[in-house]
Design a protein around this ligand. Structure first.
Ligand code: PGA
Length: 260
């Protein structure tokens, strides 16, 4: 059984103080509801780099994961402005997002970069959250499955079959991100089914049964249940609605309820 994962991608939002305020409010709701015990749903928060140490300190010993939104794949050296996998690990991160469409579109991240980052993450015991998704134009041209499959093949090119359970994929149609227009859950499930087929074609039949695949793009407390009722969808990567502690708590709660 794949454990559901609800992940917050804060993007370039929240100062350290604001991150701590969120953590206080969210932690209180979460630990009251689940009595501080083992969470039935994996919860991940990815703040900007500067917020990572503060969140790791607040949630130390608790079942809440902290991740980064990006990293460079080299371990150290003359790479001005970059942060390495070992630095993230040292700070307490357990996950790292790679290949988010904003990084691909605004900062020129390539499929090759994504595969290097995914490889480096696994080498350092970090779980990569590999983001893939089509643009509106590609969807309208009927190219969704091809585009997504190409991105998956590239991103997994340096990954071994036995590492697949440590990888997370986030299927995020570009046209659904930050637009308020979420994908139809059945359509998202169909694309995710094709992602699993691609992974099985690469590594062998059934390997994708252990791969967690999230949906992302305008997920909100009001629509998450419909996504979680799709068997193919293991959780959500959430931008806007993850910034408010009440909404993020509602997302975790709704995901848990849909699966129990
Ligand atoms: P959104 O962003 O929830 O604000 O649409 C999702 C994402 O970019 O990961």
């Amino acid at each position: 059984m794949r454990k559901p994962l609800i992940a917050a991608n804060w993007k370039m939002n929240k100062t350290i103080g604001e991150a701590l305020t969120f953590a206080g409010a969210f932690g209180q709701m979460l630990f009251e509801r689940f009595e501080g015990g083992d969470m039935p749903v994996d919860v991940l928060i990815c703040p900007p780099f500067l917020g990572i140490p503060a969140l790791c300190a607040v949630f130390a010993g608790k079942d809440v994961h902290i991740g980064a939104q990006d990293m460079y794949w080299k371990d150290k050296g003359a790479f001005t402005g970059e942060v390495s996998p070992s630095m993230l690990k040292d700070a307490g991160c357990t996950f790292v997002i790679t290949g988010h469409s904003e990084r691909r579109q605004l900062f020129g991240e390539t499929d090759e970069d994504v595969s290097e980052k995914a490889r480096a993450a696994l080498d350092h015991g970090l779980k990569p959250v590999i983001c893939v998704g089509e643009t509106l134009e590609e969807r309208e041209q009927g190219k969704t499955n091809q585009v997504v499959s190409d991105m998956i093949r590239a991103a997994f090119s340096k990954i071994k079959a036995e590492e697949v359970p440590s990888v997370v994929v986030a299927y995020e149609p570009v046209w659904a991100i930050g637009t308020g227009k979420e994908a139809h859950p059945a359509d998202a499930a169909e694309v995710i089914g094709s992602i699993r087929e691609t992974v099985d074609a690469l590594f062998g039949e059934g390997v994708s049964d252990e791969l967690r695949v999230l949906y992302g793009g305008s997920v909100k407390p009001g629509n998450i249940r419909a996504f979680m009722l799709e068997e193919q969808i293991d959780g959500a990567l959430v931008g806007g609605a993850s910034l408010d502690p009440n909404d993020f708590f509602k997302l975790v709660e709704a995901a848990h309820k849909a699966r129990s």
